[in-house]
Design a binder for this molecule. Structure first.
Ligand code: GLU
Length: 305
C-alpha cells in the first residue's frame, strides 16, 4: 500500500537543532505518522555562506536521538539544482521570470523605504526591471512575475489566510544575485518532486506560503496542505533562533532528551506520558490531535507570553 500522507522536515544546516526547529520536527513527524504516512527529511543548504560545516550531520544525529526516524534517504538541495534550473526555464519560457539588474539598495530607494541604506527595508519590489533591464545594466537576480489577485489558503492551525502577493512583496527573487536558487523556488520544486502532501513547519514561514502557492500555480504543481506551528519565543520575547546558543539540543544527554521532547510536545498542545523518549513519542503519535496545536506565539517555558 502506498502512503497517502507524506510530510517533511526541511532544516537549514546553519547550526545545531534548537527548540524551535525541534518543535517543527516533532510537529511534522506527528502529523504524518499519526495519519500512517511517511516523513521525509530535506537539508536546505542552498544558502552557501550561512551553511555551517558539520551542522547537517549534527541535525540528523539529533533527530535520531529523539527517535524521529525519517523515511527514505535525506534529500540535499545543493545536489538538486538541475530540478530548480528546469523549473526556472519553464517560468522563463512562460514569460513568468525575468532578469533584474537592481541592487538591494536601489530596490529599497525605488520602493520608497524610509532608510534606503538598509536592504531589509526593501519589502515590495517596485517592478523596475519588469519590462526589461534598464539599458547598460547587467542581470543580477531573477524575479518571478507575480500575478495580480489574492492567494487564499486554509491553514490547519491558523485558519483562513489571505495575501495579495503583488501588494505584499511584489515580484520576488527566485534566483539570487550571488548565484543560488532562492528558498521560495527550491521549496516549491522539492515539495512537489518529493510528493509532499502536507507541510507542517514553523510559524515564521507563514508569510512565505502565499508566495509558494503562487509559484506552484505558475508551475502547474499541486498545493499541499499547510499547518504553521506556534512561534517559540526566547526569554527576551524574540523568536527563538539558531543564534540562541543557549539551547543547542544536540549535546543533551539521554535524560534531557526525554525532558526536551516532553517540552516540545507541550508547546504543541499534545499529551505527554511518563516514559522513555520512544514511549513518549509513540504515545503522542497515538493521541495526536492537530486541533490542540495553539496558534499564538509561546514562550519557550510553555506559557503564553
Ligand atoms: N529551511 C527552512 C528553515 O529552516 C524551512 C523550510 C520549510 O519548512 O519550508 O527555516
Amino acid at each position: 500500500m502506498t502512503a497517502t500522507v507524506r510530510g517533511r522536515f526541511a532544516p537549514s544546516p546553519t547550526g545545531p537543532l534548537h527548540l524551535g526547529s525541534l518543535v517543527a520536527a516533532v510537529g511534522s513527524w506527528l502529523s504524518a505518522k499519526a495519519a500512517g504516512g511517511e516523513w521525509l527529511v530535506r537539508m536546505e543548504d542552498l544558502d552557501g555562506p550561512r551553511v555551517v560545516a558539520g551542522a547537517a550531520d549534527g541535525i540528523l544525529r539529533a533527530l535520531e536521538r529523539y527517535g524521529l526516524a525519517w523515511d527514505g534517504s535525506v534529500a540535499v538541495q545543493s545536489e538538486r539544482t538541475a530540478l530548480y534550473e528546469a523549473a526556472l526555464a519553464r517560468l522563463r519560457a512562460a514569460g513568468l521570470a525575468y532578469d533584474c539588474g537592481c541592487t538591494r539598495a536601489e530596490v529599497a530607494r525605488a520602493a520608497g523605504a524610509p532608510d534606503a541604506s538598509d536592504p531589509a527595508e526593501a519589502t515590495v519590489y517596485p517592478g523596475t526591471c519588469r519590462n526589461g533591464l534598464v539599458p547598460g545594466r547587467t542581470p543580477r537576480a531573477v524575479r518571478f512575475r507575480v500575478p495580480e489577485g489574492t492567494i487564499a489558503f486554509a491553514d490547519r492551525v491558523r485558519g483562513n489566510v489571505e495575501e495579495e502577493v503583488a501588494r505584499a512583496v511584489g515580484d520576488f527573487v527566485v534566483k539570487r544575485a550571488d548565484g543560488p536558487f532562492a528558498y521560495q523556488l527550491a521549496v516549491v520544486v522539492d515539495d512537489a518532486a518529493q510528493g509532499v502532501t502536507e507541510v507542517v513547519r514553523g510559524g515564521d514561514l507563514l508569510s512565505s506560503t502565499a508566495r509558494q502557492i503562487a509559484l506552484q500555480r505558475a508551475l502547474g504543481l499541486p498545493t499541499p496542505s499547510y499547518a504553521h506551528l506556534p512561534l517559540i519565543l526566547g526569554p527576551d520575547g524574540k523568536k527563538l533562533g539558531k543564534r540562541d546558543g543557549a539551547l543547542p539540543l544536540e549535546t543533551l544527554d539521554a535524560r534531557r532528551v526525554g525532558e526536551t521532547l516532553a517540552l516540545a510536545l507541550r508547546l504543541l498542545g499534545q499529551e505527554v506520558v511518563d516514559g522513555s523518549p520512544a514511549e513518549i513519542l509513540s504515545a503522542a503519535r497515538e493521541s495526536f490531535a492537530a486541533a490542540r496545536i495553539p496558534a499564538g506565539p509561546l514562550a519557550a517555558g510553555g506559557a503564553r507570553p
